[in-house]
Design a protein around this ligand. Sequence first.
Ligand code: ZN
Ligand code: ZN
Length: 430
Amino acid sequence: MFTLPRLIGWLAATLLALSLTIAAPSAEAQETVTPSDRVTRNVVVRAEPSTSAAPVDKMLPGAILPLVGDVPGWFRVQLPNGQQGFVSKAWTDLSSARLATAGRTFKVHVIDVGTGLAIFIEGQDFALLYDAGSQDDLAQGPNNRVVAYIRKVRPDLKRLDHVILSHSHKDHQELMPDVFDAFQVANVWESGRVKQTAGYCKFLKKVVAEGAVYHDAIASNATRAVTFSGSSCKGTVTVIEGPMMTIAPVVLGVQAQMSLLYRDAQAYADPNGNSVVTRLDLGDKRVLLTGDAEGGERESPSTAPRANSVEARLLACCKPELAADVLVVGHHGSLTSSRNAFIDAVGAKVFVISSGPYPYGSVTLPDKDIVSALEARGQVYRTDVKDAECGADPAKPGPDADESPGGCNNVLITIAPPRALTVAYVKPAD
Ligand SMILES: [Zn+2]
Ligand SMILES: [Zn+2]
């Protein structure tokens, strides 16, 4: 039997549990918080529900953050870097779940950078860039192919909420520095493996100068000094590490999150072993980005992934997490990647290969055995198809008639829940 004080205590606990249940957003109907119409500058996000608590971020007009809780006077929200904070209810509005999820569309652009990789992902409330590199089109400033493409498809865009560098190879990072000049960058994610090249040195200096929250696979909330001794880029760069990369999903926006399935900063002989493998969950679809993740040496796709290869380690640690509708194929469609066991686990029906005419060593990618193996499983889209005639085509983003390959076979994946997924080649001329 309850005594009166126990009954009151039980009632209080039950009501608290009930209010927490009501406040907790469901996966299907994420509630969101946005600055109210009277906000002209920004809403401060604080560490605790108090005006005297430290500011941790700010919401600009139009920004949307997922709701994770509700206390008197304050909404608890999830920030793009995975941390949580509080915003005043007096300056923000709670969306209805129906409004927040209606009409959400996501676009994944695999930009034709010639020989290399750059993927731009956008939702209504976030923008993300995964890699920005090329071996054969190194135009700078506004002629930078990645910057020119994003400016063409999103002339309004000022901020990239997330930039991911899969690994420090030229064909993935060389066009990055201009990106930091062209856009405000909020979060940077990379393994943290240091490569003594001018390209990586310039990238890291830009990250620090930008003041972006930096996440690596080494440590959380620590300071790391990196010294470069090259001739064209040198000196010591002091990196302040924010929350480190984990497998826990990072909320990108409403109905959008990313999972960093593979994160490793060890000094492998080949930086491909550091490739950050990222799964994007956009509405009800999944897109897997693998950078240059490999399964071993150049061998038949039927060969089992070699022990300690990225593909073998992913199969061992998180096979169910690999399932995706779209795969941006590892290492430009090379025989070093896309082992059958790995592709079986992904189970995708749409494959995108980013490649160009510039050979890797003696090999020009993709390898035809990989293309035919993937064609047997679904649709294959390639950024290298019209490279020969595209160099002088003015109908491509970036410098016109520069004779550089690429630009004509940008692959656009549009995801419009529920269920719709379309893929098309686009050529947005500037
Ligand atoms: Zn590459
Ligand atoms: Zn690479």
